[in-house]
Ligand binder design. Structure first.
Ligand code: SAJ
Length: 447
């Protein structure tokens, strides 16, 4: 039986359905179609389905538009609404639905469980179900497997194959990373691992076989490691501010040690992954006596407040009151060069400044959201008559700002609060700005 499945993978003689066609699902569907499989990208949003079926990628991701239009034209890729799909003709189901956290920071697995209900009712012998959504440890063994077995009356790893294959792609380089980053494949049993590994080998250059629970913990550990490391950099930044040192130099020097790799401090951690996965990793673990993971989350969540604190100091030092100040925010995307503003640090920065009575205006060349700030359509419009300029995202467009022009547009005694440390403090001061930056201790004691 397994031999036949493997032959069908090699012959591309399998129908694949991808459930959830967002940032992860659509690249997944498009790449399997490009590898020669017949793929259906399924979603609950009719706009996504319509766009894909007319050859248009609803997601702005390098290379995805070409891949979608080419494979829709060749007939390898189609899209369908959840409600119009029965899933009973499929050989492989790849689940890429979102697994967010609720307001109490608890995982909300409802999208995953709904998808599984549908899969379980249509499960046949010799199907493969691959879950790519990020999940808390033991979800595959304790939730996914029993649910599919009870709905279908079939046995996992014997009658059908079931594996956890976490995605590791970052927005902005999704296709490249999908193909080139090593892909973890963890089955609920060894047959499932082998079958899923064979399928993903058709699109990923390197496959690492493991078990489902190890893959679940490894996936959430990766983003948690990054979050904890960034929290360390952020705490270090505040220490540097207090001692008149510069975090950029401190990290650069510390990282010359061959076993040190400190990440970059900034205005906070945004995006849908690092802000959530630490909670998934620790969900249902016994509370730790001392919890580095939750403390790191708090440090990073506090950074937007720190930016506001620096802004208030900057305004005070130039004799201005926040209530009568106009503040320009550059960047609402959660990170550089993407059009995604989910959980962006700018959101809390803008909201706090508004609560304090400041007039806020935001400019982002990639993103439409402004979180309640006035929307500027150009950099020039955003800085005009502003008292303070906050850098919240390090888009390429912001890396070589014309400080002479900006100084001329802003009000007298202008200040810069550089959350991403992309402006040279000496240059800013030479141009007549009062400069504050994350991790930039004023050089009073740097001699
Ligand atoms: N950030 C810092 N300092 C840094 C690096 C990032 O403050 O040194 C901030 C960014 O500005 C951003 C946030 O962290 O606000 C998250 O950015 P990111 O580049 O770390 O990650 P994501 O959320 O875009 O993608 C991550 C990636 N995980 C890792 O690099 C370990 C990606 O590979 C995962 O696939 C993705 O999460 C996911 O979907 O889980």
């Amino acid at each position: 039986m397994m031999k036949l499945f493997v032959e069908n993978i090699h012959d591309r003689n399998l129908r694949i359905s991808v459930l959830g066609s967002g940032y992860v699902g659509l690249p997944t569907a498009a790449l399997f179609a490009a590898a020669g499989f017949n793929v259906t990208a399924i979603d609950m949003k009719s706009k996504i389905v319509k766009n894909v079926n007319s050859g248009v990628s609803p997601i702005n991701e390098p290379g995805l538009q070409e891949l979608v239009s080419h494979n829709v034209q060749s007939g390898k890729l189609t899209a369908a609404l959840n409600s119009d799909t029965t899933l009973n003709q499929e050989d492989v189901i790849v689940i890429c639905v979102q697994t967010p956290i609720d307001k109490n920071k608890k995982p909300n697995l409802s999208f995953l469980l709904n998808a599984l209900e549908n899969v379980g009712k249509n499960l046949k012998k010799q199907m493969l179900v691959a879950v790519c959504s990020t999940v808390p440890p033991r979800t595959m063994q304790e939730k996914v497997k029993p649910l599919l077995e009870s709905l279908s009356g079939l046995k996992a790893d014997v009658d059908f194959y079931l594996a956890y294959v976490p995605e590791r792609i970052a927005p902005g380089k999704a296709l490249k990373e999908f193909v080139e980053s090593p892909r973890l494949v963890g089955g609920v049993g060894s047959n499932s691992t082998k079958i899923a590994a064979e399928l993903f080998r058709t699109v990923c250059k390197k496959i690492i076989e493991t078990d489902a629970t190890t893959a679940e913990i490894a996936k959430t550990a990766e983003n948690t490691y990054r979050d904890v490391n960034i929290a360390f950099a952020n705490q270090l930044a505040i220490i540097c501010e207090q001692h008149g040192a510069d975090i950029t130099k401190v990290i650069e020097l510390a990282n010359t040690h061959p076993r040190v790799n400190i990440h970059t401090s900034g205005p906070g951690v945004g995006g849908p992954c690092l802000t959530k996965d630490p909670y998934l990793l620790t969900h249902q673990s016994k509370p730790a006596d001392y919890d580095i993971i939750k403390t790191a989350r708090k440090i990073n969540d506090n950074m937007p407040k720190h930016i506001v604190k620096l802004t208030l100091q900057a305004l005070k030092n130039t004799g201005k009151d926040v209530k009568s100040s106009k503040i320009a925010i550059l960047g609402t995307a959660y990170k550089a060069n993407v059009d995604d503003s989910r959980f962006s640090p700018s959101e809390s920065i803008i909201q706090k400044l508004k609560t304090l009575g400041a007039e806020t205006i935001a400019y982002d060349p990639h993103c439409t959201s402004t979180f309640g700030a006035k929307k500027a359509t150009s950099l020039h419009e955003s800085v005009k008559d502003a008292d303070c300029l906050i850098i919240a995202t390090d888009h390429n467009e912001f890396k070589n700002l014309n400080l002479t022009e900006i100084k001329q547009s802003m009000r007298s005694k202008p200040t810069i609060v550089d959350g991403k440390r992309i402006i040279n403090p000496n240059e800013a001061e030479k141009h007549g700005f009062t400069y504050y930056g994350v991790g930039y201790g004023k050089p009073r004691c740097r001699q």
